[in-house]
Design a protein around this ligand. Structure first.
Ligand SMILES: NC(=O)c1ccc[n+]([C@@H]2O[C@H](COP(=O)([O-])OP(=O)(O)OC[C@H]3O[C@@H](n4cnc5c(N)ncnc54)[C@H](OP(=O)(O)O)[C@@H]3O)[C@@H](O)[C@H]2O)c1
Length: 383
């Protein structure tokens, strides 16, 4: 147990908070983590791509304000750099690299392609493997000794396994051992980190996240990944064809491991505070949620009746059912699984028991998310 827990170190006179360097910083998970870090007065270096409309700094501040419900944050503790994940030294100037890596830090690699389809195979592997290799090389070249490298992976790098997925390395495997290239790319990246650890003493840790959802306390949900992407599709159908009944190729008794963003952020803060850390942590929820509960919630929130019929054949489906089925290319691989994750090592670093995730809290998130979607649609129609 960290004795400073509950008393932000920043309030201790003269204590300087550790520097945090974060790439993929404007993404959903990283930006929620940065909100918490800034609120605890950490010095944060964010590596973000600019786009045609906004500078890297504008993108970063915009998303941080959104994640913090419009409330101001101490931006004076935030440095933002526009970088290129694939280029040597991230295409940064020597004085920028000096400013970024000026002192011992925790470096988090969040940047990733979350695509999964065959067409995106090249993008998936270049981002999730070459991008990570370049990140490690840049970190190794410039970071003072004792800095830590955190690779953000996925619990789904377990692939198609029935055993408990332990907090240890697993060997590379062919694509038929995984549900998609995203999972495989993350397994490969983990093993690349393992090689750097073994051969070059890289001070690296791997954090395996399950599906990240909204806030477990208040339901606020600002991601449209996974079950929310699925819900958005069902909402579109329900609005277009109200009061329809559709059968879905879903096993109602299978489960989803859904980890609320606030619980994940607590896990990450505990990892940052821990001086001794295991190499791999499965950052997953302790309880899984049944598909049947998610479908019940959608049925209550939307004018549609959803019937799980796992063995329904394509030829037996109505046109509407076929449209939904086609849109389930990604979620489809996750509708008949009951994954089991070991969390012994994670438990060893936690300062408090996480709150329970249950059908009611997921219902609250779906409610929030679908309302936000409906509001967006309404505003678009009115503009
Ligand atoms: N969300 C989940 O449920 C979940 C579950 C398990 C693991 N994870 C892992 O957690 C991490 C964050 O996920 P997330 O949900 O927060 O994803 P996200 O919101 O899609 O963020 C992805 C981030 O990666 C950046 N990125 C992608 N391609 C890049 C490239 N070529 N060069 C530079 N930056 C690039 C994106 O920048 P742009 O905005 O510029 O594209 C963005 O900042 C990922 O490593 C993911 O695999 C997430």
């Amino acid at each position: 147990m960290n004795l400073l827990f509950g008393h932000p170190r920043s309030v201790m006179r003269g204590y300087r908070m550790k520097k945090m360097i974060i790439n993929g910083a404007n993404g959903y998970v990283a930006s929620n983590f940065i909100v918490e870090l800034l609120q605890h007065n950490y010095q944060v270096v964010a590596l973000v791509r600019s786009n045609k409309k906004l500078s890297a700094r504008e993108r970063m501040e915009q998303v941080l304000l959104e994640m913090n419900d419009g409330q101001q944050l101490p931006f004076e503790n935030l440095m933002v750099f526009d970088y290129s994940l694939f280029e040597e030294n991230f295409a940064l100037q020597p004085e920028q690299l000096e400013a970024i890596f000026s002192e011992e830090a925790d470096y988090f690699h969040f940047a990733a392609s979350l695509k999964f389809d065959i067409k995106s195979k090249e993008e998936i592997f270049s981002t999730n493997l070459q991008g990570v290799t370049n990140s490690v090389n840049t970190f190794k070249k410039y970071s003072p000794a004792a800095s830590r490298f955190f690779f953000v992976s996925t619990a789904y790098s377990c692939g198609q396994m029935n055993d408990v997925f332990e907090e240890r390395f697993y060997d590379d495997a062919e694509i038929d051992s995984f549900r998609n290239y995203y999972e495989q790319s993350k397994r490969y990246a983990e093993n690349m980190i393992r090689k750097f650890r073994d051969e070059e003493q890289l001070n690296a840790h791997i954090l395996r996240l399950s599906q990240i959802v909204g806030n477990n306390q208040n339901g606020v949900t600002k991601t449209d990944y996974g079950i929310f992407d699925f819900s958005k599709r069902i909402q579109n159908i329900a609005l277009k064809y109200p009061d329809s009944t559709v059968r879905l190729r879903i096993n109602p008794e299978s489960t989803q491991n859904l980890l609320p963003i606030d619980i994940l952020v607590n896990y990450l803060m505990d990892a940052v505070r821990a001086e001794e850390l295991p190499v791999i942590l499965n950052m997953v929820a302790k309880q899984s949620v049944r598909n049947a509960d998610i479908m019940n919630s959608l049925g209550k929130l939307l004018p549609i009746k959803l019937i799980p019929e796992f063995n329904i054949q394509h030829s037996e489906m109505t046109l509407l059912e076929r449209i939904i089925d086609a849109g389930m290319a990604f979620t489809g691989a996750y509708i008949d699984i009951n994954l089991k994750f070991d969390t012994t090592k994670l438990d060893g670093i936690l300062n408090a028991q996480p709150s329970k995730i249950c059908a009611e809290s997921i219902h609250q998130m779906l409610d929030y998310f679908l309302n936000e979607q409906a509001t967006k649609k309404y505003k678009k129609a009115m503009s």
